[in-house]
Design a protein. Structure first.
Length: 553
């Protein structure tokens, strides 16, 4: 075995060999390239059991060429997030500098469990936390943050802290059955229930509060339910709030929640403060606009941005937040940051080993004492730092102004087709929901459609779900260079009516008016094709209904 082929040399950095291997992998992977389309090449016919039955671990070492040639078959059917027409989820194109930094740093294999295994690289975590603290109007000298494996991780940290604030001995003695409860919003992420399950609180004790017409949590209902449960003898842990919903970028009224929390503490003489966590994975980017000159620059898009910005700035009243740089930060997976406003909340997790940042020097930082992971990657902190530094405040402003402007243009363009009804025309979010109307309903507007019978609504729902299957099929066969999906569970705002809405979620920084025109014209052609096609797409099995991971519906 030639060790240098696999490990390089201990006498040099090995970046030249790394670059050589990346180019070699690319050479074998070129057969899958499809840059102008939404997916790399491949058919949705892989059966996992059949695949693994053909595999056997080799006894002798394989050469780099052999490995990469075999590995190239696994690069099929990957979405191309750079493509302007790829609109299937909140997954952005990655900032190349973040990818380069991650690849280079992995040569050194740092472990962010403690600084002595990571060198000064671990200071990147503190730096990102400082920048985010400044944006949120938190005191960076008192805040603390930790990168973790994803959004479920950030919510798990928050709920664990909430549990320990209310019942410190729960770590040793465990959770009593049906003793605790949390509050969340109907529009919030489903993992809020899952983390209560994982921590032994119980998913049934994560109580869902209805929302107002604007999508924000109903404060009056929340207070009534909290009081009712406290008076029934249950212990209130806190709030897991929406910090920017996937569909409409709704941010719950954090200041009002804070004020309500103060009232409840005073009313029931609580000896702790229920924890306020904001699932801020999308809303955080609007903090870049906190000093933007909206008066000098004013249009309909900027008015929406200003409104979201004002809601986002209420984050100063939260106790903790979760931030995903792999969503709105254009960093690779996974780059999730959990932050607390008061670092003493971390002491609840770390115990007697806790040290304030001001008291630490290199050799003192050992986050494994309180992190979920005993082994942590450098990719999250470094990717986040490089993304923040490379784009800067102005760069983020320009990107999201352009994205939101093109979304407005897209909705306007699509709404001109009489066969299409836009369901969230005035939404401040990036997602656009629409339905295409079966021929017999072409003359009806959305208000009339909502009055149809259950059977007719179901017909429209299936019509749209099956249309999305046609889109996916044609996208995979390279007949079209765009793709979007349908949401079976999407409910028209303030109703229980599910229309099988088509969901377009543009995240490519390369989407412009010219590309948008092409996409819309091709969507119109696909509608005509669908109307004239006699194939029953409902019976086709070329793509699973679960093609897209549904984060928030």
């Amino acid at each position: 075995m030639e060790k240098e082929n696999y490990f390089g040399s201990y006498k040099k950095s090995n970046t030249e060999q790394l670059n050589k291997y990346i180019q070699m992998l690319e050479k074998y992977n070129k057969k899958n390239y499809n840059f102008e389309y939404s997916f790399t090449k491949g058919e949705y016919n892989l059966k996992y059991m059949e695949y693994i039955e053909t595999k056997k671990l080799n006894y002798k070492s394989l050469s780099p060429e052999q490995i990469f040639e075999e590995l190239s078959d696994l690069y099929k059917c990957i979405p191309n997030w750079n493509n302007p027409g790829t609109m299937i989820n909140i997954i952005p194109p990655t900032n190349l500098l973040t990818v380069a930094t991650s690849a280079y740093t992995n040569l050194l294999n740092p472990n962010f469990a403690q600084d002595t295994y990571a060198g000064y690289l671990i200071a990147s975590e503190f730096e990102v936390v400082k920048y985010m603290s400044d944006l949120m109007n938190w005191d960076y000298k008192k805040s603390r943050g930790i990168f973790t494996f994803g959004g479920k991780g950030t919510n798990l940290y928050a709920t664990k802290i909430a549990l320990k604030k209310s019942d410190y001995e729960s770590s040793k003695q465990g959770c009593e059955v049906n003793k605790y409860f949390m509050i969340t919003s109907k529009n919030a992420h489903p993992c809020h229930y899952q983390v209560c399950d994982w921590l032994g609180i119980g998913s049934d004790n994560c109580i869902e509060i209805s929302c107002e017409e604007n999508g924000q949590i109903n404060i009056i209902e929340a207070e009534n339910i909290i009081c009712k449960n406290i008076e029934a003898g249950k212990k209130f842990l806190g709030y897991n709030l929406n910090g920017g919903s996937t569909n409409d970028l709704v941010i719950d009224p954090i200041k009002s929640i804070y004020d309500m929390n103060e009232r409840i503490c005073k009313k029931y003489h609580l000896d702790y403060k229920p924890h306020i966590h904001v699932d801020f994975v999308l809303g955080w980017v609007f903090l870049f606009f906190k000093n933007y000159h909206f008066i000098k620059n004013s249009n309909s898009t900027l008015k929406k941005i200003e409104k979201i910005k004002n809601q986002a700035l209420e984050i100063k009243y939260a106790d903790s937040v979760g931030i995903d740089f792999h969503k709105m930060g254009f960093a690779p997976y996974t780059s999730s940051l959990f932050m607390v406003k008061n670092e003493m909340d971390i002491q609840l997790l770390e115990g007697s080993n806790f040290r304030k940042i001001e008291d630490m020097s290199f050799g003192d930082y050992n986050p494994y004492n309180y992190t979920l992971e005993l082994t942590r990657s450098s990719n999250g902190p470094l990717s986040a730092l490089v993304s923040l530094k490379s784009l800067g405040i102005e760069g983020y402003q320009k990107i999201f102004i352009e994205l939101l402007e093109i979304v407005e243009y897209l909705r306007e363009k699509l709404s001109k087709n009489p066969k299409i009804s836009i369901l969230n025309r005035n939404s401040s979010g990036l997602a656009t929901f629409l339905i295409i109307k079966p021929l017999e309903y072409n003359d009806l507007d959305i208000s009339e459609i909502l009055k149809l019978s259950e059977d007719e609504i179901l017909k429209i729902k299936e019509y749209n779900v099956n249309f999305s299957k046609l889109i996916l099929k044609d996208a995979k066969s390279n007949q079209i260079n765009f793709v979007f999906t349908s949401s079976r569970s999407y409910k028209y705002p303030n109703t229980e009516i599910m229309l099988g809405a088509l969901k377009l979620y543009p995240m490519s920084v390369f989407l412009n008016k010219n590309e948008c025109d092409k996409i819309c014209n091709n969507i119109f052609k696909e509608i005509i094709k669908y109307e004239n096609n006699k194939v029953n797409y409902k019976s086709e099995t070329y793509i699973s209904d679960n093609f897209v991971y549904r984060e928030r519906e």
